[in-house]
Design a protein around this ligand. Structure first.
Ligand SMILES: C[S@@+](CC[C@H](N)C(=O)[O-])C[C@H]1O[C@@H](n2cnc3c(N)ncnc32)[C@H](O)[C@@H]1O
Length: 163
């Protein structure tokens, strides 16, 4: 598989998971959390899918396409280690959906990032809420793996609900 194939597969998987989230959360109350604004691609897709839900966004900085900038009052800027804790205090465990796109090119740095951030996530998600992540969160207590959309290859993307 070429790197082009891998990128295309990853983006298609992200889109399939976010699309699947619409039916998975249904009418359940709660906001959406986007961890990793980056270029703003998945944030933009979430805005289309969930026009009536507040979407709170986390990143170190805003480096997204100008059309994909969240409103200032829904943006948590800084290290997620700090901002997720701040969001837990402000928002509580009330998210219906978390999308976490928190990997780097560096596998060891990604592993450290997930080890730090993963345990903070259950505190933001409502019971029965859904999380899709580009990294495995198998080690996070309170999360149970869900059946992934059929077009998402094994270990390409990961989905869980909170017990
Ligand atoms: C893969 S990019 C996200 C791409 C984005 N979802 C998109 O569709 O354009 C990951 C982003 O997460 C942010 N990030 C990862 N770990 C972070 C951390 N611990 N604190 C703050 N930002 C973090 C990075 O700054 C980067 O912008």
């Amino acid at each position: 598989m070429s790197r082009l194939d891998a990128v295309i597969g990853r983006l298609k998987s992200q889109r399939s998971c976010l699309n699947a989230a619409v039916a998975l959360i249904g009418e359940a109350p709660g906001h959406v959390l986007e961890l990793g604004l980056g270029n703003g691609r998945t944030y933009d897709h979430l805005r289309l899918l969930f026009p009536n839900r507040n979407i709170y966004v986390f990143d170190r900085e805003v480096a997204s396409h100008p059309d994909c900038r969240p409103p200032a009052d829904r943006l948590f800027l800084g290290s997620m280690e700090d901002t997720l804790a701040a969001a837990t205090a402000r928002l509580g465990a009330k998210a219906a959906l978390i999308h976490a796109d928190i990997g780097f090119g560096d596998a060891a740095a990604t592993e450290r990032n997930v080890a730090t951030l993963g345990p903070l996530l259950p505190g933001l998600l409502r019971q029965g809420g859904i999380i899709f992540c580009d990294q495995s969160l198998d080690g996070v207590s309170d999360f149970t793996a869900i059946t992934m959309p059929g077009d998402v290859a094994v270990d390409r993307y990961y989905g869980y609900h909170k017990k």
